[in-house]
Design a protein around this ligand. Structure first.
Ligand code: BDP
Length: 603
């Protein structure tokens, strides 16, 4: 799916701003033929929860309505006019002038529809019903229940089966964009690289619709100089050769621009620009190779989470986060636990940040709870949950959206699923088979292993190209006992390596809750000193093993969660606070990471 941009043949009109907003109390049906009966307002994009301030909005479970008017310039009416919603969390029904346009489920991926037949000259009304409900068929997975009041009103409740606040709403951009009637639908970029010759054979699979007879591709370098060009009649892909290739390297990005054009005779009918980097990714033996060199992941699990915006897109925070990460000597992060905005992916392409791109498959563990983490044992996840259809949809939409991003080096298909219980193997095999057919660039796949489904129990890790572990020795396990924590960490890593001697292993989470400003001399959990020691011990163990190819800690910053006795106004495992102030450990990790090279750290 192409990102909406302005070109010679295309326009984009963001619908950012203040919309009408209404919580649906479900007392009487909402009539979409009429303007929404509300005076409440809400900023779009953004999560509605913290903007609403009071409990009736912040904690609302069910449906909310958004509405605004828009006008399409008269000179655009003969164009194909698309409404694109980058993320409606988690499910949406969209109406234009009271007519149904489209429905979409899955809160972190874009969807769009053509609105020409629904609009009229002058003012038009766009109405969107968004549901934040989650259950055992959705991703993420939620625990859904409902009761009926004496007066017949339905009270819905979702308890997150995961550890982040269920922020919802129109959380990313809503835009109108136009294309000509004959248009480029999609572009898939793949390449064969000869690293020694600094040459790439780049293939453009261009999908187009309508009346055209030629597709042209011009590849332009960062100086604006054309370095390759090709064309076809549209039935075949276009392949070109780039000589004197500049590779996209971690923290040293180089982006070419593919200028793709459709022609009818001599007339240009559509044009699109796709920036792309060229880099190779390969898991070979115990190494993760980027551009043929063994890469070491240094970085974080993150969240899209900031004050007031909630999970709503916040591009200032994105830029600041990238700068903080770079300043610390990090080179990578995982989009835990859902696809991040396209703006963030484009930014990572430009900045050379390496991304593990995760599907919103989190909570696939019956009875997940941070209150009793070390005591959980799931057995019937795969009998009770029915996430397969949504999982397939999310994987295919994510790969379709992000396939051309050089920053994406691996797909994560699930976070902390039940990889041990009955039915796990069958489910995982199906999901991996399904996903592996979809990526034109054949990147590696993984899922992130839960400590509960550890070495003794997990039956699926062999499906992964890289074994990714979340481990909390010294926090949920061996709390305040660093000596035992270190021993168990060593035993665990050695056991994983013994069972999977041919696969590289990395950590995708490890961390300790830390309330900024709390201090102690002794090993007291929640203090800054405890967090420092926790990371020192983990780092020491990571350096013992060649098969260990990366450390992504949990979490980059403190973030909001559901309430519970193990959460102090959110999860405090951030090494930065929610406002991005550093805790003491930042200095220690910065010192470590600025000394660890991106390549060839492990021999
Ligand atoms: C893991 C989850 C993550 C949690 C973290 C924690 O993957 O979402 O926030 O642990 O407990 O269970 O802090």
């Amino acid at each position: 799916m192409l990102y909406p941009i302005l070109t010679e043949t295309r326009t984009v009109q963001p619908l950012n701003g203040i919309w009408k907003f209404m919580v649906d109390t479900e007392e009487k049906p909402v009539d979409v033929q009429k303007p929404l009966p509300t005076r409440r307002t809400m900023a779009v994009p953004g999560s509605f929860n913290d903007q609403g301030v009071t409990r009736d909005i912040r904690m609302h479970c069910g449906f909310v309505w958004y509405e605004r008017e828009f006008t399409v310039a008269r000179n655009l009416l003969d164009q194909r006019i698309m409404l694109r919603i980058d993320a409606a969390t988690h499910e949406a029904d969209v109406y234009v002038n009271g007519e149904f346009l489209m429905h979409h489920k899955g809160g972190f991926l874009p969807f769009e529809g053509e609105i020409n037949s629904l609009i009229r000259p002058g003012k038009n009304r766009l109405t969107i019903r968004v549901s934040n409900l989650l259950d055992y068929t959705t991703l993420p997975v939620g625990n859904y229940s409902e009761t009926v009041d004496a007066d017949g009103r339905i009270r819905r409740k979702v308890s997150e089966n995961f550890d982040f606040f269920n922020y919802a709403g129109l959380s990313r951009y809503v835009r109108l964009y136009t294309t000509p009637r004959t248009y480029i639908e999609d572009i898939a970029i793949t390449y064969d690289v000869d690293l020694e010759a600094a040459r790439a054979r780049v293939n453009f699979a261009v999908e187009a619709k309508g009346d055209y007879d030629r597709v042209k591709v011009r590849v332009v370098d960062e100086a604006g100089v054309e370095v390759a060009a090709g064309s076809s009649d549209g039935k075949a892909d276009i392949s070109v050769t780039i000589e004197n290739l500049r590779l996209w390297q971690p923290l040293n990005a180089y982006l070419y621009n593919a200028n793709v054009e459709l022609y009818k005779g001599d007339e240009l009918v559509d044009a699109y620009d796709e920036p792309f980097g060229v880099r190779t990714v390969e898991v070979r033996g115990l190494q993760f190779l980027i551009n043929g060199q063994p890469f070491y992941f240094k970085g974080y699990g993150k969240h899209e989470d900031s004050y007031i915006n909630g999970r709503g897109i916040n591009e200032c925070v994105n830029v600041a986060d990238i700068n903080l990460m770079r300043w610390m000597g990090a080179n990578s992060f995982r989009t835990s636990h859902y696809p991040y905005s396209e703006e963030m992916m484009r930014l990572c392409d430009r900045e050379g940040f390496v991304v593990i791109d995760e599907v919103a498959a989190v909570g696939q563990f019956e009875g997940f709870s941070v209150d009793s983490a070390s005591g959980m044992a799931a057995t019937s996840t795969w009998q009770k949950m029915d996430t397969r259809a949504q999982h397939e949809q999310d994987i295919s939409e994510l790969i379709k959206r992000d396939k051309n991003h050089a920053c994406v080096v691996m797909w994560s298909l699930m976070n902390e699923p039940d990889s041990a219980g009955p039915g796990a193997r069958e489910y995982f095999e199906h999901i991996f088979d399904y996903a592996r057919k979809l990526d034109p660039q054949n990147r590696p796949f993984t899922y992130v292993n839960f400590q509960i489904c550890g070495i003794e129990k997990d039956v699926c890790a062999d499906l992964c190209d890289v074994i990714c572990l979340n481990r909390y020795f010294g926090w949920y396990w061996d709390t305040a006992n660093f000596e035992a924590a270190e021993r168990h960490l060593i035993e665990d890593l050695e056991a994983w390596h013994a069972k999977h001697p041919n696969k590289p292993i990395m950590f995708c989470e490890y961390g300790a809750d830390t309330v900024a400003g709390l201090h102690a001399v002794d090993d007291i959990p929640f203090t800054e000193e405890y967090q420092v020691k926790y990371y020192e011990i983990n780092s020491r163990v990571f350096d013992m093993y060649d098969f260990f190819i990366g450390e992504q800690l949990w979490n980059f910053a403190d973030f909001e969660t559901k309430t519970g006795i193990n959460r102090v106004q959110g999860n405090k495992k951030g090494i930065f606070t929610r406002g991005r102030d550093p805790k003491s450990v930042v200095r220690v990790l910065r010192d470590r990471w600025t000394k660890i090279p991106d390549f060839n750290y492990k021999k």
